[in-house]
Design a protein around this ligand. Sequence first.
Ligand code: BES
Ligand code: MN
Ligand code: ZN
Length: 494
Amino acid sequence: MQIQLDSVSPLSIQADALITFAFEKDDPLEGPLAEFDRATSGRLRELVAAHELTGKWLEMVLLHYPAGVQAKRLLVVGAGKPEKFGNGELRRLAGAALRHLKSRGAKRIAFLLREPRQDAGAAQLVAEGLLLAELDLDKYKTDKKNSAGVEHAAILGATGDAARSIERARIIAESENWARDVANEPSNRLTPTVLAERAAQMARESGLEVAIYGEKQIETMKMGALLGVARGSAEPPRLIVLTYNPPEPEPKPGAPVLGLVGKAITFDTGGISIKPSKAMDRMKYDMCGGVTMLAVMRAIARLKPSIKVVAVVPSTENMPGGRAVKPGDILVSMSGKTIEVLNTDAEGRLILSDGLFYARQLGATHLVDAATLTGAIVVALSNVNVGVFGSQDDFTRRFLDVARAAGEKMWHMPVDDDYRDMMKSPIADLQNISSGEGGGASSAAAFLKEFTGDLPWIHLDIAATAWLDDPKPWMAKGATGVAIRSLVDFTETF
Ligand code: BES
Ligand code: MN
Ligand code: ZN
């Protein structure tokens, strides 16, 4: 889909559909809507009187061949209450409009921005929402109903340097869609080997440094926790390392280096502590944290922030093979810390322990990890907020502020020392499940924290938010690409 700014008047733009939005107010017909009402000799006013146009959130009012308007259709989308209309809402509204029109065969659309959102940032949100809404899960359908999709979108009514914002939206949204496309692959088509190949290809196209390590090298590196999880699988593990170097001038010695670590379990059966079969298919999504970090690298390779960033993505299946790690086994992690594996289904923290430690060895001064880590985060926050844990409150808050501005819902969760005490093993340094009751997302985070040294560190538990079981009006079912845009914005705060 091409996206362009246009300054044609809304009444005279040629398109299959012209989109704008109305707020839920006593009189939703203000701004451009009053103009459309005059052009159509009061059609909109009639719809308001009939309570068909109320401005209610994501209400879709579609007029065909509206008189006085060149576009073939006018779509007025409900924006809800103005005080609840933030960045996330504008992005979702644009996406919902696109999906509504896509299923009706529109090829050329126009989106009219209106007060109070006409700035360059608004154009970026709309462009991003449109691009994210395009992706559909029809790759393995031999009969593709909606394959053609919208070809061209014009954005009208923008002020400021909106062309640059649209370019930025495209970079971020295409990276999110890259991630969603990879994450949607089933595990037989996306083994650790294939994930590494896709990462390497993306890295080469993006101008990133790439290193892929196989089983032998992972052994030489003494990543005993990653190897322990990989033992049960016939598929060999991979360690994916991407590096972004900022443009000249060379960063000064002592300049910060951001380490991004992501969990990439291409399928999580639970291992010997096997999961119940109900909805186990979902566990093909267990590489979303790793793919998130790869997508962030894809975007920053193009946006060129001024900080060096290394991404470390350990990848393996978690399978109950004949050589699999068993409950009670003890693993020696790369850091030297010993771990008693009491439940082989708590595998994410094992592979991340080696990933986090390795990122430090590569010179990271700040760490962020993302992982579909715990079912407990689903209990705590449902599929609404990302769980955010951190070792230094000012650093964590800086990230939360960026996420809020990016329109992503995230919530600060505790990871104090009392949770760490629940992860102490009587016979090894740590055990991989908590000896305490409840708080499983926090004790998992406390386990990870043991491998971060004194570095400022943030952990994102995306287990509940990385995947949609049912489609949303603005997004297909499947991987969501959550946290990518916040992380991209965050790299620019250094
Ligand atoms: N990948 C899962 C997390 C998960 C579980 C996501 C359920 C969505 C739904 C992770 O590897 C896992 O299995 N975690 C266990 C940990 C437990 C054994 C301490 C969990 O949360 O049940
Ligand atoms: Mn598991
Ligand atoms: Zn898992």
